[in-house]
Design a protein around this ligand. Structure first.
Ligand code: ADP
Length: 226
């Protein structure tokens, strides 16, 4: 589904973020990319959503070269990929319900769809009791679960979570991971990045290790039922 072929990325200031990265992510996988700060994890994600382009090599989405996409194709690509960030990026003057409704309106969904889908997705992330709370009234873990709900409301095929637990304590981290696993079980490909080696214990499936722009490990973990 997503393929990196000999991908290198240097920023204009000379910083080398990726060096000859080769990897393939299949539909339905749960991939955790782990590595210290500066390893190139965010750059990897930015290349997938065409926010940056490779200096060398090719990034493919369903066998198509993302770098060759025109702006319409980039828009369509981004509709197929949900994003979650460490700092949540919620609209502070909108309730949980409105944050999600807003994302649906932006993609042209009808009022009927909004009224029927928003409560469902809030239930999926266990926030049905927080529907009319503003982000400022939610805990860090609740904010991130709301951000995940918003990211999946338009049913993307891929969910990229860039350090989603960076601001969370252990308990909230586990809750977020459990929700990502649930979303993956429902068929969405999940790409999770983290600098936290401890997290490897909690996540299942495939672990890609990065250091200084290079992939230094790529292994399938046995599925552990928690
Ligand atoms: P990570 O997400 O693993 O912390 P990044 O992809 O953010 O890694 O960064 C990889 C390297 O690229 C770092 O050395 C970083 O300083 C550099 N870098 C990232 N973004 C930019 C940018 N916009 N301009 C210049 N250098 C950048």
């Amino acid at each position: 589904m997503i393929k990196f072929v000999n991908v290198s990325k240097a920023y204009p200031n000379g910083a080398v973020a990726l060096e000859n990265v080769n990897l393939e992510i299949e539909k339905g996988e749960f991939v955790t990319v782990v590595g210290p700060s500066g390893a190139g994890k965010t750059t990897l994600n930015k290349l997938i959503i065409a926010e940056e382009e490779p200096t060398e090599g090719t990034v493919l989405f369903e066998n198509q070269d993302i770098d060759a996409f025109n702006s319409g194709q980039v828009t369509r690509l981004r509709r197929r990929i949900g994003m979650v960030f460490q700092d949540f990026r919620l609209l502070s003057n909108k309730t949980a319900y409105e944050n999600i409704a807003f994302a649906m309106e932006a993609s042209g969904k009808s009022d009927e769809e909004i009224v029927s889908d928003v409560p469902h997705v809030l239930q999926l992330v266990d926030l049905q009791d927080r529907m009319f709370h503003f982000p400022g009234q939610l805990s860090g873990g609740e904010k991130q679960r709301l951000a995940i709900a918003r990211a999946i409301i338009n049913q993307p095929e891929v969910l990229i979570a860039d350090e989603p637990t960076g601001n969370l304590d252990g308990k909230n981290t586990m809750e977020v991971i459990e929700i990502l696993k649930k979303i993956n079980d429902l068929g969405t490909t999940v790409i999770l990045t983290t600098h936290d080696q401890q997290m490897i214990k909690a996540v299942g499936q495939r672990i890609i290790s990065m250091e200084r722009g290079r992939v230094v490990g790529d292994e399938q973990k046995a599925q552990v039922k928690l």
